[in-house]
Design a protein around this ligand. Structure first.
Ligand code: UTP
Length: 227
């Protein structure tokens, strides 16, 4: 059975909103779904990584140091999720895509964070999905779906049910030149998914029904890319 690769944003995992309760429930969901779908879950850094990176910027530390600190935080988040899942998952945190891909043939659940400086965990998820020839990528974010603009600043923003990979790429490229809206999926990751023709489901990871539907490839309220 083909793998599902999950990019789980730090803003979903630890937004400081009943996080332990969420972790317990999402861990239960992963344990249950892993019986049907082998999972690789790549955790993001969220506001904790952004905080460290902002302090390092003020200390005039270079981009490499900032990225390495960001990676450390993603791995801390991965450890947190790994503990919540328990012994059903591989007990180490793979530090490289190659290692994750190797272990994915032996374990039903792999949990990890970032790998090397210069990209984000969405790209790591896409790279792993490419190597594993995964069925789909599920991007669990803190928004309901992809929008034409940031819905918090523009109530007229259009919500997308479906996009092609090219349309997603245009959307995130557009976002780069505008202040504010954070991209729904990292540009490099979207390029990798387009090249390998892997669908991406963009859903609110705090909505566990929605999260489950996305992992199963069923109908979601969020955005389906590339189908
Ligand atoms: P995230 O993947 O969480 O970045 O990694 P993000 O998309 O900017 O954050 P969210 O989605 O808003 O939470 C956190 C930071 O860690 C570094 C980058 O600096 C990134 O911004 N990182 C992460 C790497 O350099 N390489 C990796 O493989 C992963």
């Amino acid at each position: 059975m083909a793998h599902i690769v999950v990019s789980l944003g730090g803003s979903v995992l630890i937004p400081d909103d009943r996080d332990a309760e969420y972790l317990r429930k999402v861990a239960e969901l992963f344990r249950r779904l892993a019986k049907d779908y082998p999972l690789v879950i790549v955790c993001g850094g969220g506001k904790v990584s952004r905080y460290y990176i902002s302090v390092l910027k003020k200390l005039d530390e270079n981009r490499d140091a900032q990225d390495r600190m960001g990676i450390d935080v993603t791995r801390l988040n991965a450890k947190l999720l790994q503990l919540a899942i328990g012994e059903d998952c591989y007990q180490k945190i793979p530090k490289r895509v190659k290692k994750a891909v190797e272990e994915a043939s032996r374990y039903r659940i792999i949990v990890m964070g970032g790998t090397t400086p210069g990209h984000t965990t969405d790209t790591v998820a896409a790279m792993i999905a490419e190597r594993l020839k995964a069925e789909r990528i599920v991007n669990a974010t803190s928004v309901e779906s992809a929008y034409s603009e940031d819905p918090r600043t523009n109530p007229e923003a259009v919500r997308y049910e479906r996009l092609s990979h090219k349309e997603l790429l245009d959307l995130v490229n557009k976002g780069k030149h505008e202040a504010g809206p954070s991209d729904v999926f990292d540009r490099r990751g979207a390029e990798v998914a387009m090249k390998s023709d892997i669908p991406i489901y963009i859903v609110n990871g705090r909505d566990l029904r929605e999260f489950e539907a996305a992992i199963r490839g069923e109908k979601v309220k969020g955005t389906v890319v590339g189908i």
